[in-house]
Design a protein around this ligand. Structure first.
Ligand SMILES: NC(=O)CC[C@H](N)C(=O)O
Length: 249
């Protein structure tokens, strides 16, 4: 007899598009019953330190990063979240506002906005300006998701990553008052891997980085939970990050 293992994946539900993530993860499991038959997945909304404590993995959804930060502070969730993301065995994925919250440095942030500092990147908030506030683009993610040549990536007042930070440039920008810094001095030791950048998007030869991973931490500028009935990104997160550990094998 085999016993299935409980795996609890939480979605931070303080504000933003958390329901969509929960629905997409559920669809991944329902669509692949055999593959996941030995696991007992539980997808939960996370609003309290007690709920967070149960989680093996966490998704921080899109929404408004300033509101997520403020609500986290008001509900005594900021410190538990800082502690959670510091744990290298925990998988964490931030989409859009969630990427902003996970970053170490932020341009165009609001006064008092807090960052968790789990990804050694500098993010620019609302980076696409007014003309292209929101857009969808079919992107080729096959270099990291098998056969995923045409993913419908939805960008909504999206951020981009404009700098990968190493110890030196963190120190260089330390006195720049226009840059918001993370609320802790945690340093994720894994290398930052750029997964995707929009090259020459603005006809300016710029590389706008829109997806990175650093160890078990993932950040995307776009919203895979809004890609109509396309669950491939969520499946990849489960396979590569949540189960990508020998803890469950
Ligand atoms: N779709 C989104 O999550 C938008 C992010 C938003 N611009 C922010 O600053 O938080």
């Amino acid at each position: 007899m085999t016993t299935s293992k409980d795996i609890i994946l939480g979605v931070l539900a303080l504000q933003g598009a958390f329901k969509e993530h929960l629905e997409y993860f559920q669809k991944v499991i329902e669509g692949n019953p055999e593959q996941y038959s030995k696991y007992n997945f539980k997808f939960i909304e996370v609003r309290t330190p007690e709920e967070l404590e149960q989680c093996d993995s966490l998704v921080i959804p899109g929404g408004e990063s300033t509101s997520i930060s403020l609500i986290a502070e008001r509900t005594q969730m900021l410190q538990p979240l800082l502690d959670f993301v510091k744990d290298e065995s925990k998988s964490v994925w931030g989409t859009c506002a969630g990427l902003i919250f996970l970053s170490k440095q932020l341009k165009n942030g609001k006064v008092g906005q807090k960052l968790l500092g789990a990804l050694n990147v500098q993010v620019v908030r609302n980076a696409f300006g007014r003309q292209v506030n929101s857009f969808e683009s079919h992107l080729d993610f096959s270099s990291f998701i098998k056969d995923c040549h045409d993913f419908p990536a939805v960008f909504i007042r999206a951020p981009v990553i404009d700098e990968i930070l190493d110890q030196d440039n963190i120190n260089n920008s330390i006195n720049d008052p226009t840059i918001t810094k993370s609320s802790n001095n945690y340093n994720n030791k894994s290398p930052v891997k750029v997964l995707y950048s929009l090259d020459n998007f603005d006809n300016n030869n710029n590389h706008l980085i829109v997806a990175v991973r650093q160890g078990r931490k993932l950040g995307t500028s776009f919203h895979p939970e809004l890609a109509t009935k396309d669950y491939r990104f969520h499946k990849w997160f489960i396979d590569e990050f949540v189960l990508g550990s020998d803890r469950y094998i």
